[in-house]
Every structure is written in C-alpha cells, then in structure tokens.
Write a protein that binds this ligand. Structure first.
Ligand code: DP6
Length: 354
C-alpha cells in the first residue's frame, strides 16, 4: 500500500454478566471451562477509531481517551493488545490511530468494563479490515472473527459481540461452540423458555479490586480444586441450558447462585487465598434469600470477580422487585448506587453517526 488511507469507524458494545463463569485459562487466552453469559442493555462502551495508514510509517496510538480523559493504564493495555494483533491484521503495522471511548456507566462503578471495551475495539479493528477489503462489517463470519479478536484482549469480551445469551468454550451441548470464540445461544428459545431477564446491578463497593481477574485466572493453574471446578462448570452448563430452554426459573436460579458462590470460594481457596466480598455483599445476599422465601418471587444473585451484586429476575417481576431494591437493598449500596439493566441486543455499528 503506497497511498495514504484514512477513515473512521465506531461501535458500541455491551458488558455481559456470566451465569456459568469462565475462571482459569490455558494456552493463549483459552478458557479452562465453557461459560455462558448474557449481554447487558445499558452498560455499554462506545469506541471510535480514526485511522491513517501509510506504508513505512511507525505504527502507534496518537491519542486515547476514556470519557474525555486520558487513561494511561488502559492505553498501555491497548498498545500491547494491538501489537499482539498485528500478525492477524498486517494493516496495523502501518497504522496511526486515534481512539476515543465513552462508557455509559461510570468507570468507577465496579462493573467489569473490559468486556465492553475489548469487544468494541475488536469490532472496530475488524470493521477497518472489512472497509479496506470492500466487504460489509456484518454477517456471521464478521462477528465470529470479532469474537475471536475480542477474546485476545479479554476472555469474557468474546461473549459481548452478540446480543442475548452466548456461550464460549467447546462443549458437546452447543453446536459450533469453540474455545477460540463465542457463539450465540438460544436464538431458537421461545416461550416458555427464559428470554426476558432483568439485571439490577447493586454497587456495594466501587474501589479497585485487590486482585485482578487475570491474577485470579492465573491462580487456577495450580488450584487444588481445578479438576472438580472443570467438572462442576460442565455440569452447571448442561443444567442451565436445559432450564433456559424449559423455562425452569428455579433450576436456573440455583445454578446462577451456585456459580457465584463457587467463583468466590475458588478465590478463597486459591494459594494465596483472597477475598473480594464486602460485608455488605453478604447482607444483600441474605436479604435476597429472605425476599425470595417470603414472596416467592424468583430473583437470584450473581457476582463478578468483585463485591457488587447482580440481581437477576424475569422482566415480568420488575414491579415487585424494584420496591424491594429501594426499601431494603440500597441501604447497603455505596451512595445508594445501582443500575437497572436487562438483557440487551448486542453491539451496534455507529459508523453512520460519525
Ligand atoms: C469472573 O475476562 O475479565 O467475570 O481474560 O484476564 O481479561 P481476562 O479475564 P476476564 O474474566 C472474567 C471473569 C468473570 C467470569 C466471566 O465473565 O465469565
């Protein structure tokens, strides 16, 4: 390529919440066990990438902003990521990029933002290649490649390129599933299957975690319960997929809560062990268990690798759950912060908005 080429692409992509958790890696960003998650609707990051390609020029990032501010730590992670991608995308070896990102949720909210950020960035990189090759930035192959590329930035990001439910990790339970990219689950699920879910995110503590997810994954390599965890995740995946198809919300909820507690139990029993739960996390969990017992409303908690609670329930129960959150849970949240989110329809191409 001799001539200079310039352009700009823009994608918005969601965070996701895992129901069966990815915990532990092998090889290059491959999961130790298969996982399933759903994309969120409101918790999104929008990234625009302005590119200028010219053969012979030194590649790199001219500027990076997150919500209008520079962010050195994230910039370094992205630089490393783009370097690793340049074998797959030779155009990156002659690209100068300006990257601007805007998150719909406060960066300090303690919501895992890397899945949204790396999926949006992967979609932008794949979109640039599509543009250079005069191909449309859409279709099954496009999203599969974006999922593969997102995974190299952050494992859970590979599940964020699809709306609704997606599965990452090879399993006999889902046709076409792979360790290298995620696939959609349940496009065929209809009533009485579980499709319409809400996720009320209760921000118990937004401070930076003492141990990162990557640190936690690394501790799984020598974990004494590693084999048992792989077996448990497989069996939970099978149960939850069946419960989703059959609309069995009680069984679904049992798996969701078992996965959340198991994830944190694995952290506590790692060597060295660590604890990411906050005293108020436990209070909120107890309140949720009491609410379910007293009212019969099937609302279940789950957790990321952090202290904040995701309260997952059917959309049809929204009106019953919201007063409970307001009256009983917000007292345990940092500055009464929470986000009323739900299953979302996945990334959006915003090139036209530029
Ligand atoms: C507990 O995807 O953040 O949220 O691949 O190192 O970036 P890296 O880790 P990350 O781990 C997510 C862990 C989890 C469970 C899940 O999302 O499946």
């Amino acid at each position: 390529m001799n001539n200079r080429k310039t352009g700009r692409v823009c994608w918005s992509s969601p965070a996701n919440i895992a129901l069966v958790k990815y915990w532990g890696k092998r090889g290059v960003q491959l999961p130790m066990n298969p996982s399933v998650s759903f994309a969120l609707s409101k918790s999104k990051i929008k990234i625009s990438v302005e590119y200028s390609l010219e053969s012979g020029q030194t590649p790199g990032i001219d500027s990076f902003t997150l919500n209008g501010n520079t962010h050195d730590e994230f910039l370094q992670r992205i630089e490393k990521y783009l370097l690793a991608l340049s074998d797959y995308f030779p155009f990156l070896q002659m690209a100068r990029l300006k990257i601007d990102s805007i998150s719909s949720f406060p960066h300090s909210a303690g919501i895992a933002s890397s899945a949204a950020a790396f999926s949006a960035l992967a979609l932008c990189i794949c979109n640039i290649r599509a543009e250079l090759n005069d191909r449309p930035a859409t279709g099954e192959d496009f999203f599969r490649e974006a999922s593969f590329v997102a995974r190299l930035g952050s494992g859970s990001a590979c599940r964020s390129v699809y709306g609704g439910l997606s599965v990452w990790g090879k399993t006999g339970l889902v046709a076409g599933s792979s360790d290298e990219y995620a696939v959609r689950l349940g496009e065929d699920i209809s009533s009485p299957g579980i499709t319409e879910l809400n996720d009320s995110i209760l921000i118990v503590d937004s401070s930076t975690k003492k141990v990162s997810s990557s640190g936690g994954h690394a501790l799984m390599k020598e974990h004494p319960y590693k084999d048992a965890r792989i077996e448990q995740a497989g069996s939970n995946l099978e149960t939850i997929i069946r419960s989703i198809r059959e609309g069995d919300i009680e069984t679904f909820g049992q798996v969701v809560e078992n996965e959340a507690l198991s994830l944190h139990a694995l952290m506590m029993s790692s060597s060295p062990g660590y604890l990411l739960l906050h005293p108020n996390t436990i209070k909120v969990i107890e309140k949720i268990l009491d609410f379910r017992k007293d009212t019969g409303v099937p609302a279940y908690f789950t957790l990321d690798a952090g202290p904040n609670i995701h309260l997952v329930y059917r959309k049809t129960d929204h009106a019953r759950v919201i007063p409970f959150i307001r009256d009983e849970l917000l007292a345990y949240c940092e500055n009464r912060r929470w986000l009323d989110d739900s299953v979302g329809s996945g990334p959006e191409n915003l090139n036209e908005e530029i």
